[in-house]
Design a protein around this ligand. Structure first.
Ligand code: FE
Ligand code: CA
Length: 535
């Protein structure tokens, strides 16, 4: 293990002209260690800390050493060069670190932009722990993580936020700050955590420092680093463990498996996907034992249990999906509208949103689950949306579950046949709030409601045109609520007899000090699928 090394020019730059001392000796790996490390020139913990993947006996702790977070030098990501670095950590049962339960060193892997993914086990279930990292004299922010309750143990309450679509350029992260202030047990990030492109469509309030569309490992890394310098997002990650999946913009708009929106050669596109997936891994509190990337492949779908109250299946809706229906039509590489007549392929039962293997994994997990509530957390809208055209025909959007109707029917049929208890689907992507009844057959009025769905607007990203979508939604009796005019997130409260979803909104996503409000609230009663207005 080498010491924490910074590039020489960083040392010459920092400190208002003062020349910081050079790190030549190995850094101290323990807090209060006997050895004293030389002073660092800049904060190596500039991207904050995070926790994730809570289990009854532990979680993953994350940080990344980045003394120069937006370094444009591809050879020095985050301003770091050299090999792996050991980073000290402490875990305490109190926020003052009076009772330290674990202390040790973790590896910041040079091959993964000096990120740390520490899988901690052997802790007590169902309680908070506080943690921090250190290297030399530098200390990270303090984070609070939480172990999950023992499986099957009685749990009366679980509260979590659901976030999606946080475009850095078009807004500030007030929604993230307000979510942090609600002290969630857990935060679900359901995709479009970053946007790979530069926004040329909407008014921007801040810009990506590199001014390019991310396509390579260094540029994807810089995108995550830019987002993670945001204090509101840092605070949210420090406050609660995260469950994460991705949508399209972590790689490219509307991609599906190896099929690019821009008709790139699939083998070439897989190289871009590999870079994007690696950067995602490097910045997320994912379990290395599950998610360490393997070329263009990386497993993010996973399942988490919270006592007897809830099980959350986190899906991957991009990596394994079939190519968009009628992909090869001119300019139709990504999402577009198709009708039953224009695109029979849309209804091909061989097509899948999540791939056969993940479908089987999901079905088996749901059938086995003993939990009161079974949450399916994924990236896009699941309910049927009939998009009526001027000629009266009904079109479907090919990029969300409307583009994979046979796959959707297989899942809903399974929820029904296996008598899965209280299934609730959560999603993002569409930059609008939705509360939907998920029916076995959306075209048949007498068909039973088998699950409930909530979609959580966007942290900052602009919503689709309200009037047009509201008219389409009105044509769908199973859509109980729709609004695309507000930015925000879902705040979910789970109790044994009821799950409540609040549509939290910010007053103005362009204002870093935006106020919080609630647009609407919905409840799902135990034993009865479907949403009811609750405020
Ligand atoms: Fe989005
Ligand atoms: Ca999306």
């Amino acid at each position: 293990m080498s010491g924490l090394r910074l590039r020489r020019r960083e040392f010459l730059r920092v400190g208002g002209g003062a020349v910081a001392s050079l790190v030549a000796a190995p850094a101290v790996l323990r807090f209060g260690g006997i050895l004293r490390a030389p002073r660092l020139g800049a904060d190596p913990f500039s991207l904050g800390v995070a926790s994730g993947a809570p289990s009854p006996e532990g979680f993953v702790l994350w940080t990344r050493l980045a003394p120069e977070p937006l370094s444009p030098d591809p050879a020095a990501p985050g301003g770091m060069t050299g090999g792996d670095v050991s980073v000290g950590y402490e875990i305490a049962s109190d926020d003052a670190f009076a009772k330290i339960v674990r202390r040790g060193s973790a590896t910041a892997e040079a091959g993964f932009a000096h990120s740390v993914h520490l899988e901690v086990s052997g802790l007590e279930p169902g309680r908070p722990y506080w943690y921090r990292f250190g290297s030399g004299d530098a200390r990270s922010a303090v984070g609070c993580a939480r172990t999950a309750p023992t499986p099957g143990a009685k749990l009366e309450r679980l509260r979590f936020g659901v976030a999606s679509c946080s475009n850095y350029e078009v807004g500030y992260f007030s929604a993230y700050r307000h979510m942090a202030e609600e002290s969630p047990d857990l935060v679900l990030f359901l995709g479009d955590y970053i946007y790979e492109h530069m926004d040329h469509t909407h008014p921007t309030v801040r810009t990506h420092s590199d001014g390019v569309e991310a396509k390579t490992l260094p540029t994807y890394r810089n995108r995550y680093a830019q987002y993670r310098t945001d204090p509101d997002l840092q605070r949210l990650h420090a406050g609660a463990p995260a469950l994460v999946t991705w949508d399209d913009h972590e790689v490219q708009n509307d991609y599906a498996d190896r099929w690019s929106e821009t008709f790139d050669d699939p083998d070439e596109f897989l190289k871009r996907r590999a870079a994007a997936y690696q950067a995602f891994y490097e910045h997320m509190p994912l379990r290395p034992s599950l998610s360490r990337p393997d070329g263009p492949r990386m497993r993010v779908y996973d399942r988490f249990a919270f006592g007897d109250l809830a099980e959350i299946s986190v899906l991957d809706g991009r990596q394994y999906r079939s190519r968009e229906a009628c992909y090869a039509k001119p300019k139709h590489g990504g999402g577009h509208q198709e009708t039953r007549a224009s695109c029979p392929e849309l209804f091909d039962p061989a097509r899948s949103m999540i791939g056969a293997e993940q479908e089987a994994w999901l079905a088996a997990g749901l059938a086995r689950s003993q939990a009161r509530w079974n949450v399916i957390a994924q990236d896009v809208l699941m309910a049927q949306l009939r998009e009526k055209q001027d000629d009266g025909s009904i079109a479907f959007w090919t990029d969300d579950w409307n583009g994979y109707p046979a796959s959707r029917t297989r899942l809903l049929q399974h929820l029904h046949d296996a008598k899965v208890r209280n299934p609730v689907v959560l999603g993002g992507d569409i930059h609008s709030f939705w509360a939907n009844d998920l029916k076995l057959d959306f075209d048949e009025p007498s068909s039973p409601v088998v699950a409930s769905e909530f979609v959580g607007s966007s942290i900052t990203s602009y919503g689709p045109p309200y009037d047009k979508f509201a008219a389409w939604a009105a044509d769908c009796p199973h859509v109980r609520f729709f609004d695309s005019r507000q930015r925000g997130y879902l705040w979910i409260e789970v109790a044994p007899d009821q799950m409540t979803a609040h549509c939290r909104i910010v007053s103005d996503a362009r204002n870093p000090h935006a106020a919080l409000g609630t647009l609407a609230s919905f409840a799902v009663a135990n034993g009865r699928a479907g949403v009811q207005r609750a405020g």
